[in-house]
Design a protein around this ligand. Structure first.
Ligand code: ADP
Length: 367
């Protein structure tokens, strides 16, 4: 019988609640005890009533709710060694021997750090007399299971992160609405979508809404005079009879010198060079709001169930896993490798090696 702590961390994402529900209910079904850790890593550091045993009925209705009902936070203390050590102490005090973290790139990087440092923390806490030898012996290892809750779909090791599908759905609905008014007035629209340093949402939104032009971080325009190419493309489609122009720009879009490409700048170019009546819409938090789409309910549920199974299968030698989905199959892969592979994309972009960045993104899905 394991005591399993569950937390959601970083940016919220639709599907986190279905995932929490699955972990709680699968844990209970497997005769384990699930514990909510409220407000992400902040709850881990604060301890006390921020850590509470969860019952079957506590997660009733979670399937249809967006956001995260157990709260999330950005926690500065957890970035420091001392904060993480306090988190370890709180876990041990509550008798928690496995931790499920549902979060994005940053949260899972933090989880991986906790995993790597765990034995050192336990030894230090024992040395300082804050835990007994019996506690130290029982908690020499901690199983941490990661699941990627992120609308950005920016983590290697999974084809889809929990929340990405719902966010894309919301973007498509919004752009459809924008397009009907844009067509009426023959306007151009520049729509900025989320995704941080990942262009997945923007790319898929552009394909799904029939955008005329797209900017994503992994594939900046190849030439400095990209404004002229963009204008020529948009003009050609107007000349062919289209009544609107739609440009989708990822929030992390950059040019080939790594300078940001912003929606307002694109609007100014279209207005001055082409004379189009151009409006900017920054979709913002509407993208992360609302009920989870079917796929995120399904993905969260299947992964949450697998997280509990992974905990029960693990031996002290098993590396901490991240649960994902590749080619429609729920997968379990080492957390450490997923974090490293994801980091390589950012490094390739920083080094302006965009071919490699695109290759790595594609490889991380196909792996
Ligand atoms: P996301 O998980 O959505 O990417 P953040 O990057 O804000 O969101 O990370 C969420 C939290 O995870 C942070 O507030 C911090 O507590 C923790 N975290 C992120 N990166 C690290 C790190 N390198 N080391 C330790 N903790 C981290």
């Amino acid at each position: 019988r394991k005591n399993i702590g569950i937390l959601t961390s970083g940016g919220d994402a639709q599907g986190m609640n279905p995932c929490v529900r699955a972990v709680v209910r699968m844990a209970i079904a497997r005769r384990c005890r699930p514990f909510f850790i409220y407000e992400g890593y902040q709850g881990l550091v604060d301890g006390g009533d921020k850590i509470r045993e969860a019952q079957w009925s506590d997660v009733s209705g979670f399937l249809t709710l967006g956001g995260t009902m157990i709260g999330t936070a950005r926690c500065m203390a957890f970035r420091e060694l001392e904060g993480r050590r306090t988190g370890v102490l709180n876990l041990i005090r509550h008798g928690i021997d496995a931790l499920v973290v549902i979060g994005g790139d940053g949260s899972l990087t933090g989880a991986d750090r906790l995993r790597a440092e765990w034995p050192e923390h336990v030894a230090a806490l024992e040395g300082e007399g804050r835990i007994t030898k019996e506690q130290a012996d029982r908690f020499r290892t901690l199983m941490i299971v990661g699941m990627v809750g992120s609308i950005d779909n920016d983590l290697a090791s999974t084809d889809m992160t929990i929340g990405a599908c719902s966010a894309l759905e919301r973007i498509c609905e919004s752009v459809d609405a924008i397009l009907s008014t844009a067509t009426s007035h023959q306007r151009a629209f520049v729509v900025e979508v989320m995704g941080r340093h990942c262009g997945w949402l923007a790319l898929n939104a552009a394909i799904s809404t029939g955008a005329d032009y797209l900017f994503i971080p992994e594939a900046p325009p190849k030439h400095d005079d990209w404004e002229a190419s963009m204008c020529a493309t948009l003009k050609a489609s107007r000349d062919a009879g289209k009544r609107t122009s739609l440009v989708i720009v990822a929030e992390g879009a950059i040019d080939r010198h790594l300078n940001p490409i912003k929606a307002d700048y694109i609007r100014d170019i279209l207005a001055t060079r082409l004379g189009y009546d151009t409006r900017v819409t920054i979709l913002g938090h509407v993208q992360r709001g609302g009920a989870p789409a079917h796929f995120d309910r399904f993905l969260g549920t299947m992964q949450g169930a697998e997280a509990v199974e992974a905990i029960l299968r693990a031996t002290p030698q098993t590396p901490s896993p991240v649960i994902g989905m590749l080619e429609n199959k729920i997968t379990t892969q080492p957390l450490k490798e997923a974090i490293e592979l994801t980091g390589q994309v950012a490094q390739a972009i920083e080094a302006k090696d965009f071919e490699r960045a695109i290759g790595l993104r594609a490889a991380s899905f196909a792996k």
